[in-house]
Write a protein that binds this ligand. Structure first.
Ligand SMILES: [Mn+2]
Length: 394
């Protein structure tokens, strides 16, 4: 049996866009820590190989310490008799002048850097021989379906490519575009793919798999990430997803329309979030929604930063990003009592109501009663338009 860990899209030297120096260093450390977790997992499980299906690096610029780090990891695997099978992707593409070709890896590392399929034989711990085929990217944008040239009937394929599937977000682009049909026609025991940051199988037989990003790299890559532990034999394949991420991005949405003041808001969020959080290093995107009396207050500079700081400290999080999607809370009776343009408009339409209402696609409570064409959403929009502007001027 051939046992390996399939990972991809590590983006090890990614530079994060944040003004916060300390946070940026922290984020970089988490990426390394997660890669180290994958390496340790492969060693502990006494696997035959760690398979990296491209984008190990985010770009060509590697610092001395980053290269040293990778070599340490690969040497650690060498000591534990674990091979590394590494195919380049679009981020770490290996053109002939690429500095990535100059890194001298230990001999347990087998690279697939060319744009033609390379076949190797892997002898497993159990003494069987498996045929592995892979290729890399030599162009920044590879638009050929290089899998077409892969030989038929091998055991494992490794390639970084774009294949149409429900896993795609739509922003992946067309890098080494291939199809399920092409890959299926090769009849391999397992195809280890990289590039798409979501993970999962794209075929019904569960043999063609995207490992996904090894760890979330931005607040849209939510949830636990990792790789696949694959046990491949000559006529059977079994795999399971292994969580490896050391940092997890999460999103939470709270309707706070029932809250009266900031005190209540802080208590409510702390209590609700304590319940819904697992204990792990996290970056949280918190969205506040609803019609709220706190609408204006939370728009005032400093309040959201303070709330974010409070939650970060109390819940021991790495960062809390708060998105204010609140709407102004209004009291219709008060609006009607005041002298303002909105009120004028309401009155004008009341007159129309008496004289017979034209079928206009807008406006308010009073009109709502009179005209079934006006729905709640239109009324909301109008009042927001007026009230939110008034509020900003304060
Ligand atoms: Mn990629």
């Amino acid at each position: 049996m051939f046992r390996f860990l399939h990972i991809s899209d590590v983006h090890l030297n990614k530079s994060f866009n944040t003004k916060d120096d300390q946070l940026r260093k922290q984020l970089k450390r988490f990426v390394k820590k997660t890669f180290q977790a994958a390496v340790h997992y492969a060693a502990e499980q006494k696997l035959d190989a760690l398979v990296i299906a491209g984008d190990l690096y985010d770009h060509w610029n590697l610092s001395v310490s980053e290269i040293k780090f990778v070599l340490e990891q690969f040497n650690f695997l060498k000591e534990h008799h674990v091979k590394v099978l590494y195919a380049s992707g679009n981020h770490d593409y290996t053109s002939f002048d690429s500095p990535l070709r100059k890194i001298e890896y230990p001999e347990n590392v087998i690279t697939f850097f060319d744009d033609t399929p390379k076949m190797i034989h892997i002898e497993t711990v159990s003494g069987e021989v498996y045929k592995v085929v892979g290729c890399g990217h030599v162009l920044e944008v590879e638009n050929r379906n290089l899998i077409k040239d892969f030989p038929i009937g091998m055991d494992l394929g490794i390639v970084h490519c774009t294949v149409e599937s429900p896993l795609l977000n739509g922003d992946e682009g067309q890098y080494l575009p291939s199809t399920l049909e092409t890959i299926n026609s090769k009849g391999y025991g397992y195809f280890a793919l990289g590039h798409v940051h979501n993970h999962g199988f794209i075929d019904k037989d569960q043999k063609i798999c995207y490992a996904g990003v090894l760890q979330g790299l931005n607040r849209n890559e939510i949830g636990e990430k990792g790789g696949y532990l694959v046990q491949l034999s000559k006529n059977h394949v079994e795999s399971k997803f292994v969580v490896l991420s050391s940092l997890v991005y999460e999103k939470l949405v709270y309707d706070i329309s029932h809250l009266e003041n900031l005190d209540q808001l802080y208590d409510f969020l702390l209590k609700s979030m304590q319940h819904s959080m697992t204990k792990k290093d996290k970056i949280l995107t918190l969205t506040l929604t609803g019609r709220s009396k706190l609408y204006g207050l939370l728009k005032t500079k400093g309040h959201l930063e303070d709330l974010s700081q409070f939650l970060t400290e109390h819940l021991d999080l790495i960062q809390v990003i708060i998105k204010n999607e609140l709407k102004f809370a209004y009291d219709l009776n008060e609006i009607i009592r005041e002298e303002n343009v909105l009120n004028e408009l309401l009155e004008y339409f009341n007159t129309l109501k008496d004289e017979g209402l034209p079928e206009l696609p807008f406006l308010t409570q009073n009109l709502m009663d009179a005209n079934p064409l006006l729905d709640e959403k239109m009324k909301d929009e109008l009042i927001n338009l007026f009230m939110e502007d008034i509020d900003e001027d304060k």
